[in-house]
Design a protein around this ligand. Structure first.
Ligand code: TMP
Length: 225
């Protein structure tokens, strides 16, 4: 049975590392996993990503950002996510529609109702089964991101601290309003502890979809054990 999992979090929260660990664990459990990202995930989406994140595009308006992120998402859903889910695979996406609500809504102050409608239109209403939110202090996240020489430092990272604080607060409000769908993990913990917390939740989620834990069965083991 298919499963759609998304990762969200402020800058430097370690999503990439955790997605790699989760991918490995799921594959070791015999599942086909599609790991993808936003903005991007398709050739067209990756081109849109370049426009969105180019340091030279400082004149870009928040509304343009919202439309471009959503355009990339529409392509991503149509070309990658839905087909994979229809094949019964597990899709893990580094960011999805909640990023637009947090960054363009809470960060830039765009109308959340409009953003919600735009998101519904772009995705055809496709919502993730589970959103994993890696929560981290904003200053610490930006510090980590600056230190990561292999990672991308983009136009969005250049926003001021107040913007990033508003984004984080927005995420925490979304968690509160739909706690069943979200798993909040403290991203200041060691990498393996975070992975275990994510893995435990996914095994629990998979109980009902023919994966993982059965009665009297230990189910999947984390990749490290
Ligand atoms: P990342 O790949 O390092 O997570 O960078 C993606 C950046 O794009 C990050 O700063 C968040 C931002 N973003 C938005 O502002 N809105 C969106 O809808 C998405 C998907 C990302």
């Amino acid at each position: 049975m298919s499963l759609f999992i998304t990762f969200e979090g402020p800058e430097g929260s370690g999503k990439t590392t955790q997605i790699l660990l989760l991918q490995r664990a799921l594959q070791e459990a015999g599942r086909t996993v599609v790991c993808t990202r936003e903005p991007g995930g398709t050739p067209i989406g990756e081109q849109i990503r370049e426009v969105l994140h180019a340091m030279g595009n400082r004149a870009m308006l928040p509304i343009t950002e919202a439309l471009l992120y959503s355009a990339a998402r529409a392509q991503h859903v149509g070309e990658v996510i839905r087909p994979a889910l229809e094949r019964g695979e597990i899709v893990v996406s580094d960011r999805y529609a909640h990023s637009t609500l947090a960054y363009q809504g809470d960060g830039h102050g765009l109308d959340r109702q409009m953003l919600h409608q735009l998101g519904q239109w772009a995705t055809g209403g496709l919502a993730p089964d589970l959103v994993i939110y890696l929560d981290l202090d904003v200053i610490e996240g930006l510090r980590r991101k600056r230190q990561d020489v292999s990672g991308e430092w983009n136009r969005m990272d250049e926003q001021d601290v107040a913007f990033h604080q508003a984004v984080r607060a927005g995420y925490l409000r979304m968690v509160e309003s739909d706690p069943e769908r979200w798993l909040v993990v403290d991203a200041a913990q060691p990498i393996e502890v975070i992975h275990q917390q994510i893995w435990t939740r996914i095994r629990r989620l998979c109980k009902g979809c023919g994966l993982g834990e059965q009665e009297g069965d230990e189910g999947w083991q984390p990749s490290s054990s």
